[in-house]
Design a protein around this ligand. Sequence first.
Ligand code: ZN
Length: 359
Amino acid sequence: MLSQFSRLRPVFTALMLVCCFVATATAGTPALFSPVQQECSRIGHKLGSVSVRDCMNRNLRDTGARSVKGQAILMKEYLPLLHQRKPIGRVLLIGGTHGDEYAAVSIVFKWMQMLDRHHSGMFYWHVTPLLNPDGLLLHRPSVRLNAHGVDLNRNMPSPDWYNKTAAYWKSRGFDPRRYPGTAPLSEPETKWLFEEIRSFKPDAIVSVHAPYGVLDFDGPPVGPSDIGYLHLKLIGVYPGSLGNFAGIQHEIPVITVELPHAGIMPTRRQISNMWGDLIRWLRYNIPKEKTIKAYAAFDAITDRLIASSPLPRHNKKGQTQQERNTKAAIPDIPSPAVIRPEGPTLTPSNVHLNNQVMN
Ligand SMILES: [Zn+2]
């Protein structure tokens, strides 16, 4: 009997060790129930530079907004520290408009980590690290578009949206990667963004993309000449883009950070230098007089856009025309027949800036 026990002892020991390990590993790990926990789990398993714990430690909150596939749009708010100082302005920071630009999500997490340590109250921040959770998290590999196959950076209201986005999309050979949707703000993600800008009234918007390795600026002049190793190169505006909508129509400075690689993170020093330059520019350049005036006229500007492109109109019950009649005929913009599989990611070496459509 004793000799049998001695033979089995290594097995018992191994079993005990496994039990202890499992108990230790699961102790203190909350069940993945809340939308924030579920999404952090998906983000942590998708991105090499952001772990589940990194995501959970940011204490993001559920905005209540949902993507096409019902994933939460998360946000972190860094409130003004009024006992210390009056903030210079409000800043909205957005990552992950295009789901296949991994680094554009990861770097926003890194910057949030810096804000968590050093938020001084200089600005009042709203940070949304992932505007397009369906594009990043529901595909392998991830895709640029949302779950309706819409490019969210072509779906914002801009003048004469129907004619101009149709003409632009045609000029792009009906490229499915730049499908603007059937109507401005047809997508839940862009609807949320529109309402967020309307309600938060940021003095500047910073939107992170990849992989063109430049800095773009739309809005009241003049933008930063450099953000870290990225240099200003105005790449023009597109119908339905955030830069067109917020920067040109509403005169809110929009800084578009185009990282050089979608799948490779900048170094720690580059991440830190970019942040330092961004803060410096914001500190001395916002709020802009034009932006303040434009906010006073936000609804009038929106009405002008509605007059030029039939935006969803709100009735007295807060219901939009689009919600009442989701099948409104849009003759000029056919739906994409097939969403083509994603091609290889462009790298700066094979991008021709002058004729390449970006962000
Ligand atoms: Zn992009």
